[in-house]
Design a binder for this molecule. Structure first.
Ligand SMILES: Nc1nc2c(ncn2[C@@H]2O[C@H](COP(=O)(O)OP(=O)(O)OP(=O)(O)O)[C@@H](O)[C@H]2O)c(=O)[nH]1
Ligand SMILES: [K+]
Ligand SMILES: [Mg+2]
Length: 451
């Protein structure tokens, strides 16, 4: 669904709410159906022009679609969702066309030739839904994640966020902090009236402390949400000729990496994404680790070490029958080429042959088990770096409230109020209550058109 230049000639303008927008909402290419969406004040005009009389709201009607010259474009099911009870909060229509690029291209061309109607920017439908208050930003992000989800665990995480779990938690903290801020501001207003301040600041501080603790434990999640979104990295490492590239090819089911009997074959870092029991993983093949004076090989080994240090799991390979170099701590030890020797592997090692496939199922089971142990039972709330940074800012502001200034705050409630405002603002950035424009720009630019 990403922007396809072939579809239409674009009347490209910078996004602003006034225009009526249209886009192909389904993937381009041959299919049984294609859905075009239209949103904005000119939606009814567009429907009348293409489909004749307006259909009953929310009811599918079978219509013949015509362009401005009266040429029949398609026979389609059309539906109108009048504002404000629509996904975008505006008049919104869907045209369910016959699939095929010719039909949707002709309909899109007819629509965009009408005055006041243009092709939507990436994510613009969802952006309008956010601006209309139909979704908060975390839910909008969840829609993007749901569309992008490649594995079961990613899908589940996106569905949970779309259900509003993160947004609700943030909203709850924000409300409570606003309550605390109101107490501090009341204290500022009434500070000349005896010792009423103590009664107001105490509960405000208690609230800030309690929320800071909750945010702390939310942040302390091993970055599972982000890892599930991006995929776990599993690095295949070990001495030259251990069979790393052969194992990568075997696990990927295709010939990704060059294999040869010469040690030092792999230099670049190679990545393959795959689905391991519903977990998204990126398998990474690296250069064999050894002392080398050859500059390109040394660079490859440097890159291998860098990837190992950031990996969620390292598989340390050594060929059966060969002395194994010291494996990095925490690595899963794998004996390769088991077909060449009959000796059984030592304890704590998994024995495989990428040639015969022996032991590979056990290896995959072990990898999955180790990654699941990372994930834990508790689903993570934070799914993006953006959320994490905002929560860290909030925590920092609350730390100032709670610790450094507990004493000073009693003398300077203005500072306390400012820190609380900072904390509230940081939370608002997550759900889109604050600084919406710039955040929206960044988020929706990664969406595809028609969403
Ligand atoms: N018999 C047998 N040979 C294997 C197996 N796995 C790899 N080999 C052979 O071992 C040699 C080295 O394999 P590679 O996959 O290139 O090893 P590597 O660890 O990627 O090597 P570098 O990239 O040079 O570090 C090749 O000749 C492979 O055919 C195996 O399971 N059984
Ligand atoms: K090799
Ligand atoms: Mg290799």
């Amino acid at each position: 669904m990403y922007f396809s230049a072939a579809v239409i000639h674009v009347k490209h303008t910078v996004a602003h709410g006034g225009d009526t927008i249209c886009a192909l909402a389904t993937a381009p290419g041959r299919a049984a159906l294609a859905v075009v969406r239209i949103s904005g004040t000119r939606t009814r005009f567009a429907l009348e022009t293409l489909a004749g009389a307006l259909p009953h709201p929310r009811q599918m009607s079978l219509r013949r679609l015509r362009d401005g010259q009266g040429n029949v474009l398609d026979t389609a099911l059309v539906v109108l969702f009048p504002c404000p009870a629509s996904a975008t909060g505006e008049d919104l229509a869907e045209l369910h066309l016959h699939g095929g690029t010719g039909v949707s291209a002709a309909v899109m061309a007819a629509l965009t030739s009408l005055s006041g109607i243009r092709l939507a920017e990436p994510g613009e439908f969802t952006r309008r839904a956010v601006l209309a208050g139909k979704l908060d930003l975390t839910e909008a992000e969840a829609i993007a994640d749901l569309v992008e989800a490649e594995t079961e665990s990613q899908r589940r995480q996106a569905v949970r966020q779309l259900g509003g779990e993160l947004g609700r938690r943030i909203g709850d903290w924000r409300e409570r902090l606003l309550g605390a801020l109101a107490l501090v501001e009341a204290d500022l207003d009434f500070s000349d009236e005896g010792d009423v301040g103590d009664d107001l600041l105490g509960p405000a501080l208690a609230e800030a402390i309690s929320i800071r603790i909750q945010i702390e434990s939310t942040l302390n999640d091993n970055r599972i949400g982000e890892r599930l979104r991006d995929g776990f990295t599993v690095v295949i490492a070990g001495p030259p000729n251990a069979g790393k590239s052969t194992l990568l090819n075997h696990l990927a089911g295709r010939d990704v990496a060059i294999v040869s009997p010469f040690p030092g074959t792999t230099r670049d870092v190679l990545e393959v994404r795959c689905d391991l029991g519903g977990l998204p993983i990126t398998l990474i093949d690296t250069a064999g680790v050894r002392d080398s004076h050859e500059p390109i090989e040394r660079e490859g080994i440097r890159r291998a070490a860098a990837r190992m240090s950031e990996a969620d799991l390292v598989l340390w390979l050594a060929a059966a029958g060969e002395a194994s170099a010291d494996s990095p701590s925490g690595a899963l030890k794998v004996r390769t080429k088991s077909d060449l020797v009959s000796a059984s592997p030592s304890l704590g090692e998994i024995s495989v042959s990428a040639l015969t496939g022996a032991g590979v199922t056990d290896l995959l089971g072990e990898i999955e088990q180790q990654l699941r142990a990372l994930v834990g039972a508790e689903p993570a709330l934070i799914t993006r770096d953006r959320h994490r940074r905002a929560l860290e800012d909030c925590r920092a502001a609350l730390l100032r409230v709670c610790e450094g200034r507990v004493k000073a705050a009693r003398e300077y409630p203005e500072l306390l109020a400012q820190d609380l405002r900072d904390a509230v603002q940081a939370l608002g950035r997550i759900t889109g209550h604050v600084g919406a424009e710039e955040v929206l720009d960044r988020i929706f630019s990664s969406f595809c058109i028609g969403k």
